[in-house]
Design a protein around this ligand. Structure first.
Ligand code: NAP
Length: 315
């Protein structure tokens, strides 16, 4: 792969995820010594290939760390009522500590109602309003995995958050909003931008820490970034247009070869030229995405401990 010609530091999400998984593995062993095996149930509805890939790697990681996992695969035709019953059964099970409903669900299923039906103490995705509220009020909470991963990357890389200007582009319930809340809890001065923001670059150029969670390939350009800023790229975008690949990765032979072979390449929300002017950045792939499953494992163990009144270390 062509390296970006820069002194910017690469924040290696794979290595940090490895550290976290190793720590979780030790916690699992401690629990097993007490006769407790943490358990995660994953509900995967229908036939969405991308979701199947995500769920398989979640289940695989559980196996590697000694966490019991169970995959439930109801058909696409399942109703909201039937899903609610499934979740109620998992809520009641002693051997299940975490429940994850893989999104997106089919259109006819009431996603909000379902997410609210998960017992908050088993809500390892951190989407239940109780956990959202706890996070907001600074109480111990199961926090959403991707934003929690962002904070881990910053902290474990020794990057200061307190007092920094953090700008989050994107306000989804899954990434943008909780990321902003966590940065605020860590004493950053936080601005949240979105599609209705006027003169976005005015805000992004003031960011010491810029989090891009937009879902548009290479949307944040070098001109939108303050030199030396920390860039956290959450975006995962599959680009299938050769001209777009050439625009984003001019002269990058390895990217071009990968694209020629697969017909697509995965790109973040920040253009690589912006990484070159940054102080530090998370690559795509190999940055934030690598943390999400590690944080899910961490949440599952946290849930297993909290439910049994075992002390949980706060990050
Ligand atoms: P989302 O729900 O579609 O939210 C996208 C956000 O970007 C919205 O708040 C939207 O603003 C904002 N936005 C869209 N166009 C914009 C523009 N032109 N200017 C400024 N803001 C704009 O997406 P998401 O679920 O948060 O995911 C964002 C990205 O992260 C995606 O690429 C996704 O694949 C990736 N992701 C990665 C992980 C991981 O594990 N690394 C996990 C989850 C998501 P409005 O609210 O005004 O529409």
């Amino acid at each position: 792969m062509k390296t970006i010609d820069t002194t910017a530091r690469v924040l290696d999400g794979v290595a940090i995820a490895g550290e976290i998984k190793a720590e979780v593995g030790v916690e699992v062993k401690d629990l097993q010594a007490r006769g407790i095996t943490p358990g995660l149930a994953v509900i995967l509805v229908g036939d969405v290939p991308a979701s199947q890939i995500y769920v398989r790697s979640k289940v695989k990681t559980c196996g590697e760390l000694g966490i019991y996992s169970e995959m439930l695969t109801p058909p696409e035709s399942i109703t909201t009522e039937e899903m609610l019953k499934l979740v109620a059964e998992l809520n009641a099970r002693e051997d299940i500590d975490g429940i994850l409903i893989q999104l997106p669900l089919p259109k006819h299923v009431d996603t909000k109602r379902l997410l609210e039906s998960v017992a908050p103490q088993k809500d390892v995705d951190g989407f239940h309003p109780v956990n959202v509220g706890r996070l907001q009020s600074g109480q111990p909470a199961l926090a959403p995995c991707t934003p929690a991963g962002i904070i881990e990357i910053l902290k474990r890389s020794g990057l200061e958050i307190a007092g920094k200007n953090a700008v989050v582009v994107g306000r989804s319930d899954i990434v943008g909003k909780p990321a902003a809340m966590m940065l605020l809890n860590a004493s950053a001065t936080v601005t949240v931008c979105h599609s209705k923001t006027i003169d976005l670059a005015k805000f992004t150029r003031g960011a010491d820490i810029l989090v891009a969670a937009i879902g548009r390939a290479g949307f944040v350009t070098a001109e939108m970034v303050k030199p030396g800023a920390v860039l956290i790229d959450v975006g995962i975008n599959r680009v299938t247009d050769a001209a777009e690949v050439e625009r984003l990765f001019p002269g990058d032979a390895a990217r071009a070869a990968g694209f020629a072979k697969r017909g697509s390449t995965v790109v973040g929300d920040i253009e690589p030229a912006a990484f070159a002017v940054s102080g530090a950045y998370t690559p795509v792939p190999g940055g934030v995405g690598a943390l999400t499953i590690a944080m899910l494992m961490k949440n599952t163990v946290t849930a297993a401990k909290a439910r049994r009144g075992i002390a949980v270390a706060q990050g």
